[in-house]
Design a protein around this ligand. Structure first.
Ligand SMILES: NC(=O)c1ccc[n+]([C@@H]2O[C@H](COP(=O)([O-])OP(=O)(O)OC[C@H]3O[C@@H](n4cnc5c(N)ncnc54)[C@H](OP(=O)(O)O)[C@@H]3O)[C@@H](O)[C@H]2O)c1
Length: 239
């Protein structure tokens, strides 16, 4: 795996923490020049300072002007990874218009506008890597917005792959993964969530950030894979 991404510039939007930071770190270990993109530039700079040779840039995936400005400033990238999400996990009867829109902006509209501004500066042998999620394939009350936005990401990957070819576009669909995003639940609730998720997988455990980073680096360098959604969820769709 070492140096797979040698001399390649990898922008990770959402790279200041959790799965984004894990992918950024692994990309750096694989020889990439890493750029951390985040809506909070200070957090991006702090994350970049942990990674040799990395830099930071301001990008809010819900604000087209910041996407356009970042593309103009960078001038050229080989790969873009987008981990951004916004949750609205409520029953249908409690849905709020603006929170639904925010969820679509983070996962679907933002990546579409990212493609608009970054395709012209992406290497023809480069790629865009989106993040979907297992909720798309496991309908559950209270998770309809998450399921639909993540499902849209899988279609977005295949649609963009066709139009932007030869630039490759793929998605990773994680199952419940111990990325740090669940820590605000508190130890007890997190343990309960993870126990339930482990029991609802074929491998009997939740995902790790390493599981996702491994898959991400492989997808960035898999030159014959495009338009695919790769499920890193221990077979949870089959339980
Ligand atoms: N972890 C899991 O169990 C799991 C399961 C299924 C799918 N996924 C998907 O995997 C992806 C990564 O998940 P994660 O575990 O790392 O946690 P996450 O909490 O979804 O992380 C989202 C990242 O995106 C950033 N972000 C949010 N809104 C943004 C915006 N408008 N512009 C730019 N960046 C923005 C966040 O940073 P700030 O909020 O600090 O700006 C954070 O770095 C997400 O798309 C998630 O839906 C995760």
């Amino acid at each position: 795996m070492k140096e797979q991404l040698s001399k390649q510039r990898v922008l990770v939007i959402g790279g200041s923490k959790y799965l984004g930071l894990a992918v950024a770190r692994r990309a750096g270990e694989a020889g990439a020049e890493v750029v951390i993109g985040a809506r909070n530039l200070e957090q991006a700079s702090q994350a970049a300072a942990q990674l040799p040779g990395a830099s930071a840039i301001h990008i809010d995936i819900t604000d087209e002007s910041t996407i356009a400005a970042a593309a103009a400033k960078l001038g050229h990238v080989d790969h873009v990874v987008i981990t951004a999400s916004a949750h609205h996990n409520v029953l249908v009867k409690d849905l709020e218009h603006d929170k639904i829109v925010a969820a679509f902006e983070a996962k679907v509209i933002g990546p579409l506008l990212l493609a608009k501004h970054f395709a012209p500066i992406l290497s023809p042998t480069g790629s865009i890597l989106l993040f979907s999620g297992v909720a798309a394939w496991k309908p559950a009350p209270g998770y309809t917005v998450m399921g639909v936005t993540n499902g849209a990401v899988a279609f977005l990957a295949s649609q963009l792959a066709k139009e932007l070819a030869p630039i490759r576009v793929n998605a990773i669909s994680p199952g419940i993964t111990d990325s740090g995003t669940w820590d605000p639940l508190g130890e007890q609730d997190k343990k309960g969530l993870f126990a339930g998720a482990a029991a609802s997988s074929l491998v009997g455990r939740v995902g790790t950030a390493d599981d996702i980073a491994d898959a991400a680096i492989w997808l960035l360098s898999a030159g014959n894979v495009s338009g695919e959604t790769i499920h890193i969820e221990g077979g949870a769709r089959h339980v």
